[in-house]
Design a protein around this ligand. Sequence first.
Ligand code: SF4
Length: 306
Amino acid sequence: MAEKFVKEDSWSNSRYDTFNRCRTEYFFDKVVSKNGWDSRNCTKTEREAFILKNTRNRYAWSGDLVHTAIEDWVDSFRKGSVIDRDTILSKTDTVMRQQYRDSRDQKYRDKPKKHNGLVEHENSLEIPDSEWKSIHDNVKTCLINFFYTDLHKSITSVGVEGVIRPERLDSFMLGDLKVYARPDIAIKSKHSIRLIDWKTGKANDDNDLQMVYYALYAVKKLKYPIEAIETDLIYLRENINKSVVVNREILQNAEDFILSTHSEMAEFEKSVSKETSVTDLSPATSSNTCRLCRFQKICPNAVKRE
Ligand code: SF4
């Protein structure tokens, strides 16, 4: 039977994050789960890996909910029929409750792409109600804060013409390599562009590099000179706006990093196949990574808590 997926030579920050976090996770994600979408023709293990690949932990889930809600608001603004704050809050609340129930009832096991699946339910983790409540409250706080951010002010003041929302999975080329990069939003003025990503977790430096890739995207794809590019991370929970400096040297280092890590991932992929024994691969270095890992249930390498 012909292969349905054509392997593409590409790089993305999230792909590298998985690779860097744990080679076993990367193997489950890129190799084992690959044919699992085809439930009639794949093995049980492939199907299981595919189901688990499509789950996420509660932090990623709540972040996605906030992203979707703000994207909806931005889209409504661009269409000239702006949705008000209370509508956004109430719609997100309804979706969140429904997705929680779907996950608790494990609907994703039949339709992994359609229904939300949470690692916490899949792995029967004991999460107190107070913790679920704080996840819910954090989503609400982030959304309320969005309406007080400098970003909200900037969008409404530049108007529809000044707002670019890169489509899903936008990309640029580094030689023959396709690099995926999609900032949440870009705001342009006559001679400059401001690339923005919003986050729902605590402010930290780990996300700075992602903004450098977005700056590369603005140079390579949107054709802006480096001097005309600003990059900002907006931490919604604390309402912090963090600017990330980019210059020629930083962008060159980022290009080198993308190319070298792409080679590392390609080497790894060449060295494994469906026949590779999972126990031959290295695990994550921390039990915390394993605790919230999508593949924990089928992983013989999971690092147990001390
Ligand atoms: S459970 Fe741990 S070792 Fe196994 S794939 Fe996940 S992160 Fe890696």
